[in-house]
Design a binder for this molecule. Sequence first.
Ligand code: BGC
Length: 349
Amino acid sequence: MDALTVRPGEANSAWIEQIDEPAIESGSVLVQTLAVGICGTDLEIIAGEYGWAPPNRDRLVLGHESIGRVLEAPADSGLSAGDFVAGIVRHPDPVPCANCAVGEWDMCRNGLYTERGIKEIDGFCRERYRSDPHFLVKAPASLGIEGVLIEPTSVIAKAWDHIERIGARSVWKPKVVLITGAGPIGLLAAMMGRQRELEVHVLDIVTDGPKPGLVADLGAQYHSTGIKELASKADIVIECTGIGQLVFDILSSTPAGAITCLAGISSGGRTISADFGTLNKSMVLENDVVFGSVNANRRHYEMAVNALAQADHAWLQRIANRRVPLQQWHDATTRGPNDVKTLIQLADL
Ligand code: BGC
């Protein structure tokens, strides 16, 4: 079957190759991949800057955001042929650490976890794959191909879950959330903020293209300037850009008791000069919290399915707004001015 594979660590080594049918040992459920989404992590892997091949192999099947259709499933799996499923990306470390032992692999303590399409296990950008049912999440058929948004939404569902757990440290009635970055992750974070009936502000550098309209249609407010002023009024900030200066401006502007979640991965290599002593003083005196958040466990995937099922489907279609067939996968790696998220489509619904 066709698969998009890459040699991690080597730029421009991605191509379509013929691989074997998935081995039965890789799971009792056989799934036909319908589509995979492309995100910044995939682009980094394709550029040779991230990713790990499975042990004793030099190539990795790409793709971690997926929607597929069950072809075969054992009777006791809770799944049946025809069900739509999203594959869970991270698998627990083999030790396992205290968190992986209880299914909280997103909080793995020893770094020995594996991730499909990213770290040591083949991903989903192949015609068929197998999985243990425990690592599959059922998607409502009504979500259609937009079920591919389950994985990115799970990452942001975890961010919201942890924000709310931190908020529970005292009486907390948040009203205003600021999201920085209006890419798919920022937009999905804004969607979940509106589902919580919060006043949502989204800041992004662009002033045209689809982002301002997508934000407005959520009932949220779009901004392209004014970070310090916006942060000064935010009870919650979800930072999705990873831009160092923006992070510093947010942390030095938020009001007392604010919770800032860092969800954007920086490219690094840029130095900013900043007064961390003054920042520390204000964060201590104001009980401010800043924390990083990555990945998601099964609970977060289920939260994501619920959030997407409540969303306006036409709005989700405007997020997953470009599809390319597998043979033209290369087109999915370049972003056009109107692209929000690009999907590689492997089969018709
Ligand atoms: C994925 C996460 C993963 C992270 C780091 C992200 O793109 O969505 O599931 O944990 O990359 O590898």
